[in-house]
Design a protein around this ligand. Structure first.
Ligand code: SF4
Length: 443
């Protein structure tokens, strides 16, 4: 009884020391009101007891939105080439077409990787890559057709808005027509990457030549209209302000209110150490990624501002590492992303948390946080029963020998996959695979 009194005194003191404006904003959020950009900005400015309250409110809204289940997807990344015509300042993954480390996976290798993942219980392949020069616009649909011909039930989560715009440009068709080609070829959903901060002034600074905010919105809203769900992302921890973060969240919320097509929101903090704009000091005032406090705050404010429109807030173990990712589960997040198997993009940028986490380990982090683990599909259907037991998964055992999947650093040195040797051959394959191409064109 005495302890309870002490606890009540402490929580009363916590509430009384909270800044009145922050308390008012959080009160409005709990009452179900939508927060303005100014209010979101204010939440991003919090520290100490104010920040603790922000995380508590985010946790409560998470509980109201999705309960105590924390999900993950068993998937494999297939980044089929790192050769890219663009030079985004944060990207350490891309290579020029003459560079030694440029690679390109032949179609058979893409399909082999998908098949291996499927046989190990994966339900999704995530297909994203650089933008190779002079690309045959049928390349993306051909990859999808080739995978689907062997694995009709695997979910293809593929092609960022940047890639969709590039494909449409190469095909000389509209974004809508190109998305329809991808859908007919088997794409089930799009990653909402290439968003960074949806503000053209900042996009020009950190990634000149990137698609514009209007183009990102066009791809996303068109995809949603065509029945192709997408994720939504933000990349933060570079030169953006708190107001830019809040405005980005408000924009995502507006799109979701209109289309309902976002499956989840994924905050992605900048991995800076190998990013060209950091190594070469290209952008004045560039920060070396987000701090731990900023990461927690981003997930919490995202949950609060996007509630109740976006149900799922994902935390990336690749970017934040298992310890911080686990902590974000107390600050609004309810999803840990995927097993990935071949994470390359953050690894290239200097992330050190590995390329694969098996289901058994993801479930351990979730249970340890006092929550209930569940495997999900890309579209958030639960695949495992909510029990005390952790069912064994074929990937758990396979992950004990990660060398079987090959590493990113091996890949960029592997002569078998050299871009300079293989790209022309693949383009010939694409241009002569008439049935695939005709099918992709809807013939
Ligand atoms: S982020 Fe994508 S488009 Fe930009 S350089 Fe890297 S691979 Fe190319």
């Amino acid at each position: 009884m005495q302890e309870m009194t002490a606890l009540r005194e402490m929580t009363d003191r916590l509430l009384s020391t909270a800044s009145p404006d922050v308390a008012r904003i959080l009160d409005r959020a709990l009452a179900g009101h939508e927060l303005s950009v100014e209010e979101g900005t204010r939440l991003f400015e919090t520290h100490g007891p104010d920040l603790l309250l922000v995380t508590l409110v985010a946790d409560e809204l998470r509980r109201r939105a999705v309960g105590d289940v924390v999900t993950y997807v068993v998937n494999r990344n297939i980044n089929f080439t790192n050769v890219c015509i663009k030079r985004c300042g944060f990207c350490a993954f891309s290579r020029g077409h003459r560079e030694e480390q440029g690679y390109f996976l032949p179609l058979e290798e893409v399909v082999r990787r998908a098949r291996e993942a499927w046989e190990l219980g994966a339900t999704e392949v995530c297909i994203q890559a650089g933008l190779p020069p002079k690309m045959d616009p049928d390349l993306y649909p051909t990859i999808c057709r080739a995978i689907k011909a062997e694995l009709p039930d695997i979910h293809i989560h593929g092609f960022s808005p940047e890639e969709v715009v590039y494909g449409a440009l190469r095909a000389r068709c509209s974004v809508e027509e190109y998305l329809l080609r991808l859908k007919e070829a088997g794409v089930g959903s799009l990653p909402g990457t290439s968003a960074e901060i949806l503000d053209d002034e900042f996009r020009r600074l950190i990634s000149p030549g990137r698609i514009t905010t209007a183009q990102w919105i066009e791809v996303i809203t068109t995809a949603h209209r065509l029945g192709i769900p997408t994720t939504a992302t933000i990349m933060y921890g570079h030169v953006e302000s708190n107001r830019h973060r809040a405005a980005h969240l408000a924009l995502i919320r507006e799109i979701q209110k209109e289309t309902g097509g976002f499956t989840e929101f994924v905050p992605l903090s900048l991995v800076h150490s190998e990013a060209p704009m950091y190594r070469k000091r290209l952008v004045p005032g560039l920060r070396p990624g987000a701090t731990g406090e900023e990461v927690v705050k981003m997930h919490a404010v995202a949950r609060i501002m996007l509630y109740p429109y976006v149900r799922n807030i994902q935390v990336s173990w690749v970017k934040e590492g298992p310890k911080l990712a686990q902590w974000c589960l107390n600050a609004g997040a309810n999803d840990l992303g995927g097993t990935l198997i071949n994470e390359s993009i953050s690894t290239a940028a200097g992330a050190t948390y590995g390329q694969l986490v098996p289901p058994r380990e993801l479930r351990r982090w979730i249970r340890d946080a006092g929550r209930i683990p569940a495997e999900r599909t890309t579209l958030y259907e639960l695949r495992t029963p909510l029990t005390e037991e952790d069912p064994p998964h074929p990937l758990d055992e396979a992950a004990e020998h990660p060398e079987r999947f090959g590493s990113y650093f091996e890949l960029i040195r592997d002569e078998r996959f050299s871009f300079r040797k293989h790209y022309r051959i693949v383009l010939q394959q694409v241009s002569t695979s008439a049935p695939l191409r005709d099918a992709a064109n809807g013939a």
